[in-house]
Design a protein around this ligand. Structure first.
Ligand code: IPE
Ligand code: IPE
Ligand code: MG
Length: 256
């Protein structure tokens, strides 16, 4: 399913079909390959993460221009805590400075920030900027930029099960199948992504054919696109080309 770069010549945002039937309401991206990008250049992995942050800016801008309602970016997984401390610290520092420098940009461009994941595990100073940026941008009506931070799909489901079990214990929910209160919608409503539509399109950069614990419940019917391009080399042109490819797919949802 590799992307053919020759197809991407002269693509612009106007190539995207605005018809709501074909237009993705939610795009999710597994931003992978920063380390390999740096290694290829004999640079420290952190340099790859830095370059990756610039790509985030460019893709956010493109989503805003095309008017994609929701962009979810996998920035740090629950498993990423197992990386060397120096790398984790550098990623947290980068995240903090990204948020600080982007606050003005978000306000100028009507972007609303949201975070999904175990926010309480992030260093205090990162939590502080994160919460203040979410608060600052909460009334913005444009792009919803959803950052997955210390996020794990299984952890999210465990958390939902705990909340639902608590409601059953307190008599708020009847678990009897005949009552039909524990439904797919109820589970969706207890995930971090409640009130968001499921991703229409899931993109993963740098060629790994796996999900790595991302949005396990929500991607049941997402269209998947995996490109070999490393995240720091990913750009607007390739993104638009993937969106065009998505628009040509036949989403059957099990029907004929
Ligand atoms: C993605 O790039 C960024 C994070 C997971 C935080 P990687 O750091 O995983 O880069 P590779 O996969 O080692 O190239
Ligand atoms: C997935 O990338 C997580 C993020 C992009 C934040 P990883 O590099 O952590 O995933 P694996 O280890 O290749 O599965
Ligand atoms: Mg990786």
């Amino acid at each position: 399913m590799n992307f053919d770069k020759t197809e991407s010549v002269s693509l612009s945002t106007s190539d995207i079909n605005p018809d709501p039937e074909f237009f993705p309401k939610h795009v999710a991206i597994i931003m992978d390959g920063n380390g390999r990008w740096a290694k290829k250049r004999l640079l420290n992995r952190i340099k790859g993460h830095k370059k990756g942050t610039e790509v985030v800016r460019s893709i956010v801008k493109t989503c805003r221009e095309i008017k994609i309602p929701i962009l979810t970016l996998y920035a740090f997984s629950t498993e990423n805590w197992k990386r060397p401390k120096t790398e984790v610290t550098a990623l947290m520092t980068l995240l903090k400075s990204f948020l600080l420098t982007e606050q003005e940009e978000m306000m100028d461009n009507n972007i609303r920030l949201n975070a999904i994941g175990q926010i309480e595990r992030l260093p205090d100073e990162v939590q502080d900027v994160l919460r203040s940026t979410i608060e600052l941008t909460k009334s913005n009506k444009g792009l919803l930029l959803n950052l997955a931070l210390s996020y794990g799909g299984r952890d999210e489901i465990v958390r939902a099960v705990r909340q639902i079990a608590e409601k059953v214990k307190n008599g708020i929910i009847d678990p009897d199948a005949s009552k039909n209160q524990i439904t797919e919608d109820l589970i969706s409503d207890h995930l971090y992504t409640r009130a968001m539509p499921d991703p229409d399109l899931l993109i993963r950069t740098s060629g790994e054919m796996r999900i790595s614990n991302f949005l396990l419940w929500q991607i049941a019917y997402s269209e998947i696109f995996i490109t070999d391009t490393l995240w720091p080399d990913f750009d607007r042109k390739e993104f638009i080309s993937i969106l065009k490819n998505y628009q040509q797919r036949d989403r059957r949802f099990g029907k004929v």
